[in-house]
Design a protein around this ligand. Structure first.
Ligand code: ZN
Length: 570
């Protein structure tokens, strides 16, 4: 298998030549057919879908609410209208995703340093929860231990825990992976460790809680810092202080640490100071391989009372069957999460998290992609799946469930193209590739973009670990190559800094807030351009001669090769 890559020749010619060679004169018009299909994607239709999905009537699309019913109903009706087949082999457009929701009814967090006891306000100063399905968790006077970045990475010879026993203890962890300075240039980060400035999976909060469980800790508290986390405290507070969800599991999640959470930076500093420690000094010490966990000489107590409920949620899936009898049992997948944060009745004024950009815009793109594929006179050789997943905002749960219970073999799923938040500010010369350099899908994208007079921009903030923060990651984790695009930053006819300013303002003011709504200045022409790119890239992969691959150095490459090897042995 060779990577799907080639000269930057025009997409029209490339497609025509490849198919003309592959399947006789009838296919020669394929290029024009694809152009017509791509042109069916419009900014107006994107807006029409977003207006419905992000309307107050849809109540912020929380799993298990009226918002879910309306959203699943809307998507199903749209797929039917396009005469796409049900994506579930059981003949329906849905896949059941059983969730458990836990709402904290009573939370207290405190610590003792010497004689003095300090209570931390929930959720303003500390946010804690338990992923265990139990009505109550009580932890009293658990010894606090600072474990630096809490990373165990054999490939970098890195172990923050050394042989220190943290069983029963409350570990305090820094967010992101260790920003190790380059020994030759202290102003830069060392590219040889944790991919330099880019975030690796070791930097993600999900990893921190996984390693804490592995080490046998009782509680794991991450110190929030806006830069390294990639989002402000309000996001932590908003995402975690209401109902928490997980997939239903056989062990009721008793293998997780009892208490997971975050502490605000200034409160962490106070805690360290109260214990006679210097936070900044310990943080610096955590940059070294020789760092060892530091007992803080303070003790933490937690009480969490939960109200539990089971929630039946759903992924929505449709398919366009491949036209090649030999290849139609191979799949190209598009994903976009339909869920958002719902409604918070405790808020005064606006209570609805409309999630217009996050991710009504992505779902709208998915529907426009489905329309474009349906417009083709000849369906692609391989089958295309359109999957709108639930509970992304709860921890990529819908995607995780599909990856664990795939409706079609993952070894024969060539790629996942994920859309999470489309460009809402107009046309761009470029398109941003999150997780730049991960897979050969990017080479196909580059060819297609070049033919359209556009270019690729590497993730401007690889340190925020965005590649690990949306649904394609659950597919990548099990091996399926994933491509995740976001808005470009070079807006046509706008000053250089316009793109960066828009993105930063959105992150600061609207991301995961009730104000993520359709704005007067929205212009979806750029989103339509990006959708056309995704259409053409998916079409090439679906008609291509070879499987896309992870590039050398990708943390997912070995997993894919193992999967394909196993599938080949069957
Ligand atoms: Zn999202």
């Amino acid at each position: 298998m060779k990577p799907l890559s080639g000269q930057p020749i025009s997409w029209f010619r490339a497609g025509t030549i490849a198919l003309a060679m592959a399947c006789a004169p009838v296919c020669v018009l394929w290029g024009a057919d694809a152009d017509v299909a791509a042109a069916s994607i419009t900014a107006d239709d994107l807006m029409r879908h977003i207006r419905t999905l992000a309307s107050d009537e849809f109540e912020g699309r929380a799993p298990g609410t009226k918002g879910e019913q309306l959203t699943v109903g809307y998507l199903t009706a749209e797929f039917q209208r396009l005469s796409l087949k049900p994506g579930n082999p059981d003949g329906t457009y849905v896949q059941a995703v059983p969730l458990v929701g836990a709402t904290a009814t009573d939370v207290s967090v405190s610590y003792r340093a010497g004689e003095s006891r300090t209570d931390l306000a929930f959720p303003g100063e500390a946010v804690v929860w338990t992923k265990r399905y139990v009505p109550e968790i009580n932890v009293s006077d658990s010894e606090l231990v600072f474990v630096g970045y809490g990373v165990v990475a054999p490939e970098y010879g890195w172990d923050d825990f050394k042989d220190v026993d943290v069983r029963g203890k409350t570990i305090v962890i820094l967010i992101n992976d260790p920003p190790v300075p380059d020994p030759n240039d202290p102003l830069k980060l060392d590219d040889k460790v944790f991919k330099g400035p880019a975030m690796t999976y070791y930097g993600r909060w999900t990893y921190k809680y996984e390693i804490a469980a592995k080490q046998g800790a009782t509680a794991a508290i991450i110190v929030h810092e806006t830069g390294p986390a990639g989002y402000p405290w309000a996001v932590v507070e908003g995402s975690n202080s209401r109902e928490n969800f997980d997939l239903q599991s056989a062990d009721r999640n008793m293998s997780r640490v009892a208490v997971e959470g975050w502490i605000a930076l200034d409160k962490a500093r106070q805690l360290f100071a109260a214990a006679g420690q210097d936070f900044d000094q310990l943080k610096r010490a955590a940059l070294g391989r020789d760092f060892k966990p530091v007992p803080l000489g303070a003790k933490a107590s937690f009480r969490i009372r939960n109200m539990l409920r089971e929630v039946a949620s759903q992924n929505v899936i449709a398919k366009l069957e491949g036209s090649d009898p030999k290849l139609r049992n191979e799949y190209v997948l598009y994903t976009a999460h339909w869920d958002h944060l719902g409604r918070n009745t405790a808020l005064a004024g606006d209570q609805i998290f409309n999630g217009a950009r996050d991710n009504a815009s992505g779902v709208a793109t998915l529907l426009e992609l489905a329309k474009a594929f349906r417009r083709l006179k000849t369906a692609p050789r391989r089958t295309i799946l359109f999957l709108s997943v639930t509970a992304e905002e709860k921890g990529l749960l819908g995607a995780k469930h599909y990856a664990a219970h795939p409706l079609y073999p993952l070894a024969r799923t060539l790629a996942d193209f994920n859309i999470d938040s489309a460009n809402t500010w107009g046309r761009t010369r470029d398109v941003s590739v999150i997780g730049f350099g991960q897979s050969t899908l990017e080479d196909v994208l580059r060819d297609v973009a070049t033919a359209r007079g556009r270019m690729l921009t590497p993730d401007a903030e690889p340190e925020k670990g965005r590649y690990y923060r949306s649904d394609h990651f659950e597919f990548a984790r099990v091996g399926v190559p994933g491509l995740y695009l976001q808005s470009g930053v070079q807006f046509i006819g706008k000053p250089q800094e316009f793109g960066r300013q828009k993105i930063d303002a959105y992150t600061a003011n609207d991301y995961h807030k009730v104000t993520d709504e359709i704005k007067a200045d929205w212009d979806l022409s750029g989103a339509a351009d990006d959708a056309r790119l995704l259409f053409e890239v998916g079409l090439r992969v679906a008609n291509g001669e070879s499987y896309p691959q992870w590039k050398a150095g990708s943390e997912f490459k070995a997993r894919r090769e193992e999967m394909l090897k196993k599938a080949g042995e069957k």
